[in-house]
Design a protein around this ligand. Structure first.
Ligand SMILES: CC(C)(COP(=O)(O)OP(=O)(O)OC[C@H]1O[C@@H](n2cnc3c(N)ncnc32)[C@H](O)[C@@H]1OP(=O)(O)O)[C@@H](O)C(=O)NCCC(=O)NCCS
Length: 170
């Protein structure tokens, strides 16, 4: 049956992007600006969200963005991402970023950053729309799902605690 809400495995929407970093993306220290890495990871996650949900989706939140090592001008930066968790209209997408010197194939890609994005699928009026659920296949998929559920619970708890605190303000 080909319903557009048929559950999909993470492998269905997996996306990888690769870009060579140039001086245009450098910061004042001569390394690559962190915002460039965020943009690349966000673009990767956007393509994944579009594929998983067959339509438009927007970035709702970004957390757990960690920068592990600097990226140099001339590095080939590669992202790889997949849906970790899917709810009613929102999904968590994990993106891993690796870098490899453009001219040295003996160097394997180094893990330079990772991030968790929340994307929300929207309809033509910009309102959240239902999305296919996630059907994890591998032990790794199940691990990502379990960890994404912990992050979602923390996000929601943090949000409601902050909102409750604001209500108590004079
Ligand atoms: C994202 C957006 C569509 C959510 O709209 P909303 O009216 O708040 O939607 P809801 O409260 O019904 O929440 C919809 C879903 O998003 C989730 N969600 C919304 N904000 C969230 C956040 N900050 N963190 C985690 N999840 C979030 C909700 O938990 C819900 O998930 P579910 O449907 O899977 O249960 C809306 O806030 C928006 O358009 N934001 C701007 C997005 C954008 O332009 N991004 C580009 C960056 S410039």
């Amino acid at each position: 049956m080909g319903s557009h809400l048929t559950p999909r495995p993470p492998s269905y929407a997996r996306v990888s992007l690769a870009v060579m970093m140039t001086g245009r993306e450098a910061n004042l220290l001569g390394n690559i600006h962190g915002g460039e890495i965020v943009k690349l990871a966000d673009s990767t996650a956007g393509a994944i969200a579009q594929r998983h949900t067959d339509g438009p989706a927007v970035t709702a939140a970004l957390d757990e963005m960690v920068f592990l090592r600097p990226v140099a001008v001339g590095d080939i930066v590669r992202t790889i991402g997949q849906v970790n968790w899917a709810g009613r209209s929102s999904m968590e997408i994990g993106v891993r970023v690796e870098a490899q010197p453009w001219n040295d194939p003996s160097e394997s890609g180094l893990h330079v950053a990772s991030a968790s994005f929340v994307f929300v699928a929207i309809d033509a009026d910009g309102r959240p729309r239902p999305i296919p659920s996630l059907s994890p296949e591998t032990p790794e998929d199940h691990r990502r799902l379990r960890e994404a559920e912990i992050r979602r619970a923390n996000r929601l708890a943090r949000k409601s605690e902050i909102e409750a605190g604001r209500l108590e303000l004079p």
